[in-house]
Design a protein around this ligand. Structure first.
Ligand SMILES: NC(=O)c1ccc[n+]([C@@H]2O[C@H](COP(=O)([O-])OP(=O)(O)OC[C@H]3O[C@@H](n4cnc5c(N)ncnc54)[C@H](OP(=O)(O)O)[C@@H]3O)[C@@H](O)[C@H]2O)c1
Length: 203
């Protein structure tokens, strides 16, 4: 079975979005270089440094399923029907959106109303040997508290947002020990992978 990991871009002061869900400056690194990377869905091409391109290609080839939160789903209009990573998406929500029209009937979206643990288990069974990616802040926090994570991937963006959505708050299991597994120091972002060596397990 693959790993379960959170993967998000975070500002130096710990936010994954600014006030009013603004992502100004957060994702600048996706347009910061000369190496073109087309996302697996084929719906978008980013231009990043060669170091970030290698990092992204590895992520894209190893992700087998995604667990996402309903707010991110709504804010992106369900990624316009097809997630860029082009893997099955399990959206954790209290209410299934009956009126959502799937523009791509073959893009697998599953709405999970039984909570994060169920969503992660369903994603793992689909991902098989591949990894499960989790986002965004609310889900990351619940996964940390439930002891569900093997890894935390932070794309550390060189900006200070001052306010917004904090990635690491509402944690009931701190202090939690992590191990630095990998650091890719790209020119416009630092990709850091941490292994969770000590699990929380406080659901
Ligand atoms: N920097 C990055 O890499 C990155 C990536 C993705 C998103 N973002 C940003 O992150 C923000 C969204 O993150 P977020 O943490 O606020 O929200 P989120 O995790 O995307 O979604 C939270 C929502 O999911 C549902 N939910 C969560 N836990 C649940 C549970 N246990 N049972 C049932 N439903 C549950 C609830 O929606 P309902 O009650 O409505 O069902 C909840 O309001 C946006 O600003 C987005 O732009 C940043």
């Amino acid at each position: 079975m693959g790993t379960v990991g959170v993967g998000l871009t975070m500002s130096l002061d710990g936010f994954i979005a600014g006030p009013n869900d603004s992502v100004e400056h957060i994702f600048d690194w996706y347009a910061s270089g000369d190496t073109e990377v087309t996302v697996p869905s084929g719906t978008m091409t980013v231009k990043v440094s060669s170091a970030s391109a290698t990092y992204l290609q590895e992520v894209y080839t190893t992700i087998g399923a995604l667990v996402m939160g309903r707010r991110t789903f709504d804010l992106t209009n369900g990624w316009d029907g097809r997630h860029p990573v082009d893997a099955p998406v399990f959206v954790v929500t209290h209410n299934v959106p009956e009126d959502w029209v799937r523009e791509h009937p073959d893009a697998p979206f599953t709405f999970v109303t039984e909570g994060v643990e169920s969503a992660v288990a369903q994603a793992q069974s689909v991902a098989g040997e591949k990894n499960v990616g989790v986002g965004a802040a609310s889900l990351a926090q619940q996964c940390i508290n439930a002891g569900l994570l093997d890894e935390i991937h932070v794309d550390l963006a060189p900006c200070l947002l001052g306010d917004g959505i904090r990635l690491f708050e509402h944690l009931g299991v701190t202090p939690l020990n992590l191990e630095i597994a990998k650091v890719v120091a790209a020119p416009a972002v630092t990709h850091i992978t941490y292994h969770v060596v000590e699990r929380g397990g406080q659901a």
